[in-house]
Design a protein around this ligand. Structure first.
Ligand code: ADP
Length: 201
């Protein structure tokens, strides 16, 4: 008797900046390619509908990716409008999303539909924003995933495992209410532990 199990599922990889989320996504995707599976990696783009690009880790590894403005475009790409996959039934074996926290709410239903159709879905992203608050669609993805990996970086202040992303504006900790995008500001991000993560109120 053939098992109805399709193998489709959600894998989520989270942690602060510099924790190796992109490294881990690239490692998983490269292993699937070695296993002769077809993998598509999406990452968020600000402007264009979709274009070929790469995902890169801070340590220099990279993999081919498709930049999309949102999940509507990722969906369109997968259903053949990107020219790579002819039919909706002709889905890749693996679909990965890097920087998943920047995707719109449509990411949850898309990931679930893909998994239901037998696709291994890998989602890497920040679990917390610079204020230490749950980031966008990540909480729901974490709840619905079959597998969750929380990575840590190294706190730049004390060397402890870092679970937070410190945002600095002009060298000073950002305020809770600072907008996520600050035009013209001198910004930096660091990995920090709970004790050394600072948010000005
Ligand atoms: P993420 O996708 O989580 O931002 P990356 O995979 O891009 O992380 O990069 C992880 C790499 O960043 C590490 O392997 C290491 O070489 C480098 N790195 C730089 N700063 C730190 C830090 N404070 N803690 C850990 N790794 C760091």
């Amino acid at each position: 008797l053939k098992s109805p199990y399709s193998g489709g599922h959600l894998e989520v990889v989270v942690g602060p900046m510099f924790s190796g989320k992109s490294e881990e996504l690239i490692r998983r995707v490269n292993r699937s390619v070695i296993a002769r599976q077809r993998a598509v990696v999406f990452k968020p783009a600000i402007d264009t509908r979709y274009h070929a690009t790469r995902v890169a880790s801070h340590s220099g590894q990279s993999a081919e990716a498709v930049a999309v403005a949102g999940t509507v475009d990722a969906r369109a790409y997968l259903s053949g409008e990107g020219g790579l996959f002819g039919l909706p039934t002709d889905l890749p074996d693996v679909v990965a999303f890097d920087e998943a926290q920047f995707f719109d709410e449509g990411l949850v239903p898309l990931a679930l539909e893909l998994a239901d159709q037998g696709v291994r879905v890998i989602l890497a992203g920040l679990d917390l924003d610079f204020r230490g608050e749950p980031f966008g669609v990540m909480p729901e993805l974490l709840s619905r995933a079959e597998s969750v990996e929380k990575l840590t970086a190294i706190c730049v202040v004390c060397g402890a495992p870092a679970t937070r992303t410190q945002r600095l504006i002009g060298g000073q900790p950002a305020h809770f209410d600072d907008p996520v995008v600050l035009v013209g500001a001198q910004e930096a991000y660091e990995a920090r532990c709970r004790v050394h993560h600072e948010v000005r109120r």
